[in-house]
Design a binder for this molecule. Structure first.
Ligand code: ADP
Ligand code: MG
Length: 450
Protein backbone atom coordinates (compact mmCIF):
# COMPACT_ATOMS: atom_id res chain seq x y z
CA UNK A 1 0.00 0.00 0.00
CA UNK A 2 2.84 2.35 0.81
CA UNK A 3 4.31 1.77 -2.65
CA UNK A 4 0.90 2.45 -4.17
CA UNK A 5 0.61 5.75 -2.29
CA UNK A 6 4.06 6.77 -3.47
CA UNK A 7 3.13 6.01 -7.04
CA UNK A 8 -0.09 8.03 -6.77
CA UNK A 9 1.84 10.93 -5.27
CA UNK A 10 3.77 11.07 -8.49
CA UNK A 11 0.80 10.57 -10.80
CA UNK A 12 -1.69 13.01 -9.30
CA UNK A 13 -1.64 16.78 -8.88
CA UNK A 14 -0.45 17.62 -5.40
CA UNK A 15 -3.73 19.19 -4.32
CA UNK A 16 -5.72 16.11 -5.31
CA UNK A 17 -3.24 13.75 -3.72
CA UNK A 18 -3.24 15.65 -0.44
CA UNK A 19 -7.00 15.95 -0.30
CA UNK A 20 -8.00 12.47 -1.34
CA UNK A 21 -5.23 9.91 -1.21
CA UNK A 22 -3.08 10.96 1.70
CA UNK A 23 -5.82 10.75 4.34
CA UNK A 24 -6.77 7.20 3.33
CA UNK A 25 -6.19 4.49 5.88
CA UNK A 26 -5.70 1.10 4.30
CA UNK A 27 -6.12 -2.34 5.69
CA UNK A 28 -4.51 -5.16 3.72
CA UNK A 29 -5.85 -8.69 4.07
CA UNK A 30 -3.48 -11.41 5.26
CA UNK A 31 -3.13 -13.04 1.87
CA UNK A 32 -2.65 -9.62 0.20
CA UNK A 33 -5.60 -10.26 -2.09
CA UNK A 34 -7.73 -7.47 -0.71
CA UNK A 35 -7.21 -3.84 0.30
CA UNK A 36 -9.85 -2.00 2.31
CA UNK A 37 -9.67 1.76 2.33
CA UNK A 38 -11.25 3.64 5.19
CA UNK A 39 -12.76 7.05 4.56
CA UNK A 40 -14.52 9.47 6.83
CA UNK A 41 -17.92 9.81 5.22
CA UNK A 42 -20.20 8.85 2.41
CA UNK A 43 -19.39 11.79 0.21
CA UNK A 44 -15.71 10.92 0.28
CA UNK A 45 -16.52 7.31 -0.36
CA UNK A 46 -18.60 8.15 -3.43
CA UNK A 47 -16.01 10.50 -4.72
CA UNK A 48 -13.07 8.15 -4.28
CA UNK A 49 -15.02 5.37 -5.86
CA UNK A 50 -15.95 7.49 -8.87
CA UNK A 51 -12.65 9.27 -9.35
CA UNK A 52 -9.85 7.18 -7.94
CA UNK A 53 -10.89 3.55 -7.38
CA UNK A 54 -10.01 2.51 -10.94
CA UNK A 55 -6.62 4.15 -10.79
CA UNK A 56 -5.82 2.74 -7.34
CA UNK A 57 -6.78 -0.77 -8.45
CA UNK A 58 -4.61 -0.46 -11.51
CA UNK A 59 -1.57 0.67 -9.51
CA UNK A 60 -2.08 -2.11 -6.95
CA UNK A 61 -2.35 -4.70 -9.67
CA UNK A 62 0.79 -3.45 -11.34
CA UNK A 63 2.74 -3.51 -8.10
CA UNK A 64 1.43 -6.84 -6.87
CA UNK A 65 1.44 -8.59 -10.23
CA UNK A 66 -2.16 -9.74 -10.07
CA UNK A 67 -5.56 -8.17 -9.45
CA UNK A 68 -6.20 -6.94 -5.93
CA UNK A 69 -9.73 -6.60 -4.66
CA UNK A 70 -10.43 -3.04 -3.55
CA UNK A 71 -13.05 -2.16 -0.98
CA UNK A 72 -14.12 1.14 0.50
CA UNK A 73 -15.43 1.53 4.01
CA UNK A 74 -16.79 4.33 6.09
CA UNK A 75 -14.86 4.61 9.33
CA UNK A 76 -16.63 5.28 12.58
CA UNK A 77 -15.38 7.95 14.88
CA UNK A 78 -13.59 6.75 18.01
CA UNK A 79 -15.68 9.04 20.18
CA UNK A 80 -18.95 7.77 18.79
CA UNK A 81 -21.50 7.18 21.52
CA UNK A 82 -22.47 3.97 19.81
CA UNK A 83 -20.57 0.82 20.47
CA UNK A 84 -17.88 0.22 17.95
CA UNK A 85 -18.81 -2.32 15.34
CA UNK A 86 -17.15 -3.35 12.12
CA UNK A 87 -17.21 -0.62 9.50
CA UNK A 88 -19.78 -0.91 6.78
CA UNK A 89 -17.77 -2.27 3.90
CA UNK A 90 -18.71 -1.98 0.27
CA UNK A 91 -16.90 -3.23 -2.78
CA UNK A 92 -15.36 -0.39 -4.73
CA UNK A 93 -17.72 -0.93 -7.63
CA UNK A 94 -20.89 -1.79 -5.74
CA UNK A 95 -23.70 0.69 -5.22
CA UNK A 96 -23.72 2.15 -1.73
CA UNK A 97 -26.67 1.34 0.46
CA UNK A 98 -28.64 4.11 2.12
CA UNK A 99 -27.00 5.67 5.16
CA UNK A 100 -26.59 3.24 8.03
CA UNK A 101 -26.95 4.10 11.66
CA UNK A 102 -23.47 5.51 11.95
CA UNK A 103 -23.40 8.83 13.71
CA UNK A 104 -21.21 10.52 11.15
CA UNK A 105 -23.73 9.57 8.53
CA UNK A 106 -26.66 10.76 10.53
CA UNK A 107 -24.95 14.13 10.69
CA UNK A 108 -24.11 14.26 7.01
CA UNK A 109 -27.42 12.86 5.83
CA UNK A 110 -29.13 15.93 7.24
CA UNK A 111 -27.23 17.69 4.53
CA UNK A 112 -27.01 16.00 1.16
CA UNK A 113 -25.23 17.70 -1.69
CA UNK A 114 -27.34 15.80 -4.25
CA UNK A 115 -24.35 15.88 -6.53
CA UNK A 116 -23.87 13.19 -9.11
CA UNK A 117 -20.18 12.45 -8.78
CA UNK A 118 -20.07 10.93 -12.25
CA UNK A 119 -20.60 14.31 -13.91
CA UNK A 120 -17.22 16.04 -13.91
CA UNK A 121 -15.16 18.41 -16.01
CA UNK A 122 -12.95 15.50 -16.98
CA UNK A 123 -15.66 13.74 -18.93
CA UNK A 124 -17.26 16.87 -20.37
CA UNK A 125 -15.92 17.24 -23.89
CA UNK A 126 -14.95 20.79 -24.78
CA UNK A 127 -15.80 22.44 -28.08
CA UNK A 128 -16.70 25.82 -29.51
CA UNK A 129 -20.28 25.25 -28.42
CA UNK A 130 -19.54 25.08 -24.70
CA UNK A 131 -16.12 26.73 -24.41
CA UNK A 132 -17.31 29.93 -22.77
CA UNK A 133 -19.69 28.24 -20.40
CA UNK A 134 -17.15 25.63 -19.44
CA UNK A 135 -14.42 28.19 -18.83
CA UNK A 136 -16.71 30.33 -16.69
CA UNK A 137 -17.84 27.27 -14.74
CA UNK A 138 -14.26 26.17 -14.09
CA UNK A 139 -13.41 29.65 -12.94
CA UNK A 140 -16.26 29.62 -10.46
CA UNK A 141 -15.29 26.17 -9.20
CA UNK A 142 -11.73 27.35 -8.67
CA UNK A 143 -12.43 30.72 -7.04
CA UNK A 144 -16.04 30.74 -5.82
CA UNK A 145 -17.65 33.90 -4.52
CA UNK A 146 -15.64 36.19 -6.73
CA UNK A 147 -16.25 36.83 -10.42
CA UNK A 148 -19.33 35.79 -12.36
CA UNK A 149 -21.83 35.68 -9.54
CA UNK A 150 -24.42 34.51 -10.33
CA UNK A 151 -23.34 32.43 -13.27
CA UNK A 152 -26.32 31.93 -15.53
CA UNK A 153 -25.99 29.14 -18.12
CA UNK A 154 -28.65 28.66 -20.74
CA UNK A 155 -29.25 26.48 -23.76
CA UNK A 156 -31.53 23.88 -25.29
CA UNK A 157 -32.22 20.41 -23.93
CA UNK A 158 -29.50 17.82 -23.80
CA UNK A 159 -26.63 20.23 -24.34
CA UNK A 160 -24.86 19.55 -21.06
CA UNK A 161 -26.17 22.22 -18.67
CA UNK A 162 -26.90 19.79 -15.87
CA UNK A 163 -23.59 18.04 -16.43
CA UNK A 164 -21.77 21.35 -16.19
CA UNK A 165 -23.29 22.46 -12.89
CA UNK A 166 -22.58 19.10 -11.28
CA UNK A 167 -19.01 19.44 -12.50
CA UNK A 168 -18.73 22.78 -10.69
CA UNK A 169 -19.96 21.26 -7.44
CA UNK A 170 -17.76 18.19 -7.71
CA UNK A 171 -14.67 20.21 -8.48
CA UNK A 172 -15.28 22.64 -5.64
CA UNK A 173 -15.77 19.82 -3.15
CA UNK A 174 -12.69 18.02 -4.40
CA UNK A 175 -10.62 21.12 -3.69
CA UNK A 176 -12.46 22.22 -0.55
CA UNK A 177 -14.20 19.25 1.02
CA UNK A 178 -15.61 21.35 3.85
CA UNK A 179 -17.73 23.52 1.57
CA UNK A 180 -21.48 23.36 1.73
CA UNK A 181 -22.63 22.65 -1.77
CA UNK A 182 -26.15 21.90 -2.91
CA UNK A 183 -27.40 20.86 -6.31
CA UNK A 184 -31.12 21.23 -6.72
CA UNK A 185 -33.52 21.11 -9.62
CA UNK A 186 -35.86 24.11 -9.67
CA UNK A 187 -38.88 21.80 -9.36
CA UNK A 188 -37.43 20.32 -6.19
CA UNK A 189 -36.90 23.83 -4.85
CA UNK A 190 -40.55 24.58 -5.54
CA UNK A 191 -41.59 21.53 -3.61
CA UNK A 192 -39.24 22.43 -0.73
CA UNK A 193 -40.96 25.80 -0.51
CA UNK A 194 -44.37 24.19 -0.54
CA UNK A 195 -43.36 21.79 2.22
CA UNK A 196 -41.89 24.55 4.36
CA UNK A 197 -45.13 26.45 3.89
CA UNK A 198 -47.35 23.55 4.87
CA UNK A 199 -45.28 22.44 7.82
CA UNK A 200 -44.42 25.96 8.92
CA UNK A 201 -40.73 25.14 8.85
CA UNK A 202 -39.40 28.23 7.17
CA UNK A 203 -36.62 28.55 9.71
CA UNK A 204 -35.22 25.19 8.70
CA UNK A 205 -35.68 26.07 5.09
CA UNK A 206 -33.70 29.25 5.56
CA UNK A 207 -31.02 27.50 7.60
CA UNK A 208 -30.58 25.11 4.76
CA UNK A 209 -30.48 27.50 1.84
CA UNK A 210 -29.03 30.63 3.33
CA UNK A 211 -26.02 28.83 4.77
CA UNK A 212 -24.68 27.36 1.54
CA UNK A 213 -21.33 28.16 0.02
CA UNK A 214 -22.44 27.12 -3.44
CA UNK A 215 -25.97 26.76 -4.73
CA UNK A 216 -26.43 25.00 -8.06
CA UNK A 217 -29.95 25.44 -9.27
CA UNK A 218 -31.05 23.75 -12.46
CA UNK A 219 -33.79 24.74 -14.92
CA UNK A 220 -35.02 27.94 -13.28
CA UNK A 221 -37.62 28.35 -16.03
CA UNK A 222 -39.69 26.08 -13.74
CA UNK A 223 -40.17 29.03 -11.41
CA UNK A 224 -42.64 30.49 -13.90
CA UNK A 225 -45.86 31.54 -12.19
CA UNK A 226 -44.71 30.25 -8.80
CA UNK A 227 -44.90 33.52 -6.89
CA UNK A 228 -44.19 32.23 -3.44
CA UNK A 229 -41.20 30.25 -4.70
CA UNK A 230 -39.86 33.24 -6.56
CA UNK A 231 -40.06 35.28 -3.41
CA UNK A 232 -38.22 32.67 -1.37
CA UNK A 233 -35.66 32.26 -4.06
CA UNK A 234 -35.14 35.98 -4.17
CA UNK A 235 -34.50 35.99 -0.40
CA UNK A 236 -32.07 33.09 -0.62
CA UNK A 237 -30.37 34.74 -3.55
CA UNK A 238 -29.83 38.02 -1.69
CA UNK A 239 -28.64 36.25 1.45
CA UNK A 240 -26.16 34.12 -0.47
CA UNK A 241 -24.72 36.95 -2.52
CA UNK A 242 -24.38 39.09 0.59
CA UNK A 243 -22.13 36.50 2.19
CA UNK A 244 -20.24 35.93 -1.06
CA UNK A 245 -21.55 32.45 -1.62
CA UNK A 246 -21.77 31.48 -5.24
CA UNK A 247 -24.89 30.76 -7.27
CA UNK A 248 -24.91 28.90 -10.56
CA UNK A 249 -28.16 28.66 -12.46
CA UNK A 250 -29.32 27.01 -15.65
CA UNK A 251 -32.30 27.64 -17.83
CA UNK A 252 -33.58 26.86 -21.30
CA UNK A 253 -33.44 30.52 -22.24
CA UNK A 254 -31.58 33.74 -21.42
CA UNK A 255 -32.88 35.75 -18.44
CA UNK A 256 -34.93 38.31 -20.37
CA UNK A 257 -36.45 35.49 -22.38
CA UNK A 258 -37.94 33.88 -19.27
CA UNK A 259 -41.70 34.04 -19.10
CA UNK A 260 -43.73 34.70 -15.95
CA UNK A 261 -40.84 35.43 -13.66
CA UNK A 262 -40.69 38.65 -11.66
CA UNK A 263 -38.72 41.46 -13.18
CA UNK A 264 -36.57 41.92 -10.08
CA UNK A 265 -35.50 38.27 -10.20
CA UNK A 266 -34.71 38.46 -13.89
CA UNK A 267 -32.50 41.46 -13.37
CA UNK A 268 -30.71 39.58 -10.57
CA UNK A 269 -30.20 36.58 -12.84
CA UNK A 270 -28.56 38.82 -15.37
CA UNK A 271 -26.35 40.66 -12.90
CA UNK A 272 -23.35 38.31 -12.99
CA UNK A 273 -22.35 36.48 -16.13
CA UNK A 274 -24.79 34.99 -18.60
CA UNK A 275 -23.41 32.41 -21.03
CA UNK A 276 -24.99 30.16 -23.62
CA UNK A 277 -24.28 26.55 -24.45
CA UNK A 278 -24.84 25.99 -28.15
CA UNK A 279 -25.64 22.73 -29.88
CA UNK A 280 -22.32 20.96 -30.47
CA UNK A 281 -20.70 21.44 -33.85
CA UNK A 282 -19.75 18.47 -36.00
CA UNK A 283 -16.22 17.94 -34.67
CA UNK A 284 -17.42 18.17 -31.12
CA UNK A 285 -20.16 15.63 -31.78
CA UNK A 286 -17.52 13.30 -33.21
CA UNK A 287 -15.29 13.78 -30.17
CA UNK A 288 -18.19 13.13 -27.82
CA UNK A 289 -19.10 9.90 -29.61
CA UNK A 290 -15.55 8.57 -29.58
CA UNK A 291 -15.15 9.52 -25.94
CA UNK A 292 -18.39 7.97 -24.78
CA UNK A 293 -17.68 4.81 -26.74
CA UNK A 294 -14.34 4.52 -24.91
CA UNK A 295 -16.09 4.95 -21.60
CA UNK A 296 -18.13 1.90 -22.60
CA UNK A 297 -14.93 0.07 -23.53
CA UNK A 298 -15.73 0.16 -27.22
CA UNK A 299 -13.76 1.65 -30.08
CA UNK A 300 -15.74 3.72 -32.54
CA UNK A 301 -13.79 4.29 -35.76
CA UNK A 302 -13.60 7.95 -36.70
CA UNK A 303 -15.44 7.49 -39.99
CA UNK A 304 -18.35 5.89 -38.15
CA UNK A 305 -18.36 8.70 -35.62
CA UNK A 306 -18.52 11.21 -38.48
CA UNK A 307 -21.37 9.33 -40.08
CA UNK A 308 -23.37 9.30 -36.86
CA UNK A 309 -22.50 12.90 -36.00
CA UNK A 310 -23.64 14.10 -39.39
CA UNK A 311 -26.96 12.42 -38.96
CA UNK A 312 -27.66 13.09 -35.30
CA UNK A 313 -27.35 16.80 -34.85
CA UNK A 314 -29.73 18.02 -32.24
CA UNK A 315 -28.10 17.38 -28.88
CA UNK A 316 -25.79 15.24 -26.82
CA UNK A 317 -28.53 13.20 -25.25
CA UNK A 318 -29.58 12.02 -28.71
CA UNK A 319 -25.99 11.26 -29.58
CA UNK A 320 -25.81 9.08 -26.49
CA UNK A 321 -29.01 7.34 -27.52
CA UNK A 322 -27.60 6.65 -30.97
CA UNK A 323 -24.38 5.35 -29.49
CA UNK A 324 -26.24 3.00 -27.15
CA UNK A 325 -28.18 1.57 -30.08
CA UNK A 326 -25.01 1.00 -32.09
CA UNK A 327 -23.15 -0.64 -29.22
CA UNK A 328 -26.09 -2.89 -28.41
CA UNK A 329 -26.49 -3.82 -32.05
CA UNK A 330 -22.80 -4.55 -32.42
CA UNK A 331 -22.65 -6.68 -29.27
CA UNK A 332 -25.82 -8.54 -30.00
CA UNK A 333 -24.83 -9.40 -33.56
CA UNK A 334 -21.17 -9.78 -32.65
CA UNK A 335 -20.16 -7.49 -35.47
CA UNK A 336 -17.51 -4.80 -35.62
CA UNK A 337 -18.71 -1.21 -35.55
CA UNK A 338 -18.82 0.05 -39.13
CA UNK A 339 -20.81 2.58 -41.12
CA UNK A 340 -23.01 -0.20 -42.47
CA UNK A 341 -23.70 -1.42 -38.95
CA UNK A 342 -24.44 2.10 -37.71
CA UNK A 343 -26.83 2.67 -40.59
CA UNK A 344 -28.60 -0.57 -39.75
CA UNK A 345 -28.76 0.16 -36.01
CA UNK A 346 -30.08 3.68 -36.55
CA UNK A 347 -32.47 2.81 -39.36
CA UNK A 348 -35.58 4.12 -37.61
CA UNK A 349 -33.94 7.28 -36.42
CA UNK A 350 -32.51 8.15 -39.83
CA UNK A 351 -35.74 7.56 -41.69
CA UNK A 352 -37.68 9.77 -39.29
CA UNK A 353 -35.16 12.54 -39.73
CA UNK A 354 -35.19 12.42 -43.48
CA UNK A 355 -38.93 12.45 -43.55
CA UNK A 356 -39.30 15.35 -41.16
CA UNK A 357 -36.92 17.98 -42.31
CA UNK A 358 -37.63 19.12 -45.82
CA UNK A 359 -37.09 22.59 -47.23
CA UNK A 360 -40.87 22.94 -47.58
CA UNK A 361 -41.26 22.09 -43.94
CA UNK A 362 -38.68 24.69 -42.97
CA UNK A 363 -40.35 27.37 -45.10
CA UNK A 364 -43.70 26.69 -43.56
CA UNK A 365 -42.41 26.59 -39.99
CA UNK A 366 -40.40 29.79 -40.38
CA UNK A 367 -43.28 31.60 -42.10
CA UNK A 368 -45.64 30.60 -39.27
CA UNK A 369 -43.17 31.69 -36.65
CA UNK A 370 -42.61 35.15 -38.10
CA UNK A 371 -46.23 35.46 -39.19
CA UNK A 372 -45.64 35.93 -42.89
CA UNK A 373 -47.11 34.03 -45.82
CA UNK A 374 -45.39 30.88 -47.02
CA UNK A 375 -45.66 32.34 -50.51
CA UNK A 376 -43.28 35.10 -49.44
CA UNK A 377 -40.55 32.50 -49.21
CA UNK A 378 -40.58 32.40 -53.02
CA UNK A 379 -41.69 35.96 -53.71
CA UNK A 380 -39.39 38.77 -54.79
CA UNK A 381 -40.55 41.10 -52.03
CA UNK A 382 -37.74 42.82 -50.19
CA UNK A 383 -38.96 44.58 -47.04
CA UNK A 384 -36.94 43.41 -44.04
CA UNK A 385 -39.99 41.93 -42.34
CA UNK A 386 -40.07 39.39 -45.17
CA UNK A 387 -36.49 39.23 -46.40
CA UNK A 388 -35.13 38.37 -43.00
CA UNK A 389 -37.35 35.38 -42.24
CA UNK A 390 -36.56 34.21 -45.77
CA UNK A 391 -32.84 34.39 -45.04
CA UNK A 392 -33.40 32.53 -41.80
CA UNK A 393 -35.25 29.81 -43.68
CA UNK A 394 -32.39 29.53 -46.19
CA UNK A 395 -29.91 29.26 -43.37
CA UNK A 396 -31.93 26.50 -41.71
CA UNK A 397 -32.31 24.69 -45.03
CA UNK A 398 -28.54 24.62 -45.36
CA UNK A 399 -28.05 23.52 -41.77
CA UNK A 400 -30.74 20.92 -41.50
CA UNK A 401 -31.04 19.30 -44.93
CA UNK A 402 -28.55 17.73 -47.30
CA UNK A 403 -29.51 20.12 -50.13
CA UNK A 404 -26.85 22.10 -51.99
CA UNK A 405 -26.89 25.89 -52.29
CA UNK A 406 -28.22 25.87 -55.90
CA UNK A 407 -30.94 23.38 -54.93
CA UNK A 408 -31.97 25.58 -52.02
CA UNK A 409 -31.98 28.67 -54.26
CA UNK A 410 -34.25 26.80 -56.66
CA UNK A 411 -36.70 26.00 -53.86
CA UNK A 412 -36.79 29.66 -52.82
CA UNK A 413 -38.33 30.97 -56.01
CA UNK A 414 -35.38 30.30 -58.29
CA UNK A 415 -32.81 32.42 -56.47
CA UNK A 416 -29.14 32.33 -57.29
CA UNK A 417 -26.87 30.19 -55.10
CA UNK A 418 -24.84 33.29 -54.13
CA UNK A 419 -28.00 34.77 -52.60
CA UNK A 420 -28.37 31.63 -50.50
CA UNK A 421 -24.71 31.71 -49.51
CA UNK A 422 -25.01 35.34 -48.47
CA UNK A 423 -28.04 34.52 -46.32
CA UNK A 424 -26.33 31.55 -44.69
CA UNK A 425 -23.21 33.57 -43.85
CA UNK A 426 -25.14 36.55 -42.59
CA UNK A 427 -27.44 34.60 -40.29
CA UNK A 428 -24.72 32.38 -38.94
CA UNK A 429 -22.57 35.44 -38.12
CA UNK A 430 -25.46 37.29 -36.52
CA UNK A 431 -26.37 34.26 -34.53
CA UNK A 432 -23.08 34.56 -32.67
CA UNK A 433 -23.83 38.18 -31.79
CA UNK A 434 -27.55 38.45 -31.20
CA UNK A 435 -28.92 36.52 -28.28
CA UNK A 436 -32.47 36.99 -29.38
CA UNK A 437 -31.93 35.72 -32.91
CA UNK A 438 -30.00 32.80 -31.52
CA UNK A 439 -32.87 31.96 -29.23
CA UNK A 440 -35.38 32.16 -32.06
CA UNK A 441 -33.22 29.82 -34.11
CA UNK A 442 -33.10 27.36 -31.25
CA UNK A 443 -36.86 27.36 -31.03
CA UNK A 444 -37.18 26.84 -34.79
CA UNK A 445 -34.61 24.05 -34.77
CA UNK A 446 -36.30 22.28 -31.91
CA UNK A 447 -39.65 22.59 -33.65
CA UNK A 448 -38.31 21.24 -36.90
CA UNK A 449 -36.55 18.34 -35.26
CA UNK A 450 -39.79 17.42 -33.56
P1 ADP B 1 -29.16 19.48 -20.26
O1 ADP B 1 -29.14 19.64 -18.79
O2 ADP B 1 -28.60 20.68 -20.97
O3 ADP B 1 -30.48 19.08 -20.80
P2 ADP B 1 -27.42 17.25 -19.70
O4 ADP B 1 -26.38 17.91 -18.88
O5 ADP B 1 -28.42 16.42 -19.01
O6 ADP B 1 -28.15 18.32 -20.64
O7 ADP B 1 -26.67 16.40 -20.83
C1 ADP B 1 -27.29 15.34 -21.53
C2 ADP B 1 -26.34 14.19 -21.62
O8 ADP B 1 -25.27 14.53 -22.49
C3 ADP B 1 -25.68 13.83 -20.31
O9 ADP B 1 -25.53 12.43 -20.25
C4 ADP B 1 -24.34 14.52 -20.36
O10 ADP B 1 -23.39 13.84 -19.59
C5 ADP B 1 -24.02 14.45 -21.83
N1 ADP B 1 -23.21 15.58 -22.30
C6 ADP B 1 -23.65 16.82 -22.61
N2 ADP B 1 -22.67 17.60 -23.06
C7 ADP B 1 -21.55 16.84 -23.05
C8 ADP B 1 -20.19 17.07 -23.42
N3 ADP B 1 -19.77 18.26 -23.88
N4 ADP B 1 -19.33 16.04 -23.29
C9 ADP B 1 -19.73 14.86 -22.83
N5 ADP B 1 -20.99 14.57 -22.47
C10 ADP B 1 -21.90 15.54 -22.57
MG1 MG C 1 -30.69 19.48 -17.44
Amino acid sequence: WQACVEQLAQDLPEQQFNTWIKPLAAQVSEDFSKVTLHVANRFKLDWIRAQYAGRISAVLEKLYGQPVQLELAITQRENSTRTYSTPSVVAANAPVAEPTDIEEDAASSAFKTRLNTALTFDNLVEGTANRMARAAAMHVAGTPGQLYNPLFIYGGVGLGKTHLVHAVGNRLLADRPQSKVLYIHAEQFVSDVVKAYQRKTFDEFKDKYHSLDLLLIDDVQFFANKDRTQEEFFNAFEALLAKKSHIVMTSDTYPKGLADIHERLISRFDSGLTVAIEPPELEMRVAILINKARQENAEMPEEVAFFVAKNVRSNVRELEGALRKILAYSRFNQKEISIALAREALRDLLSIQNRQISVENIQKTVADYYKIKVADMYSKKRPASIARPRQIAMYLAKELTQKSLPEIGELFGGRDHTTVLHAVRKISAERQQLTELNQQLHVLEQTLKG
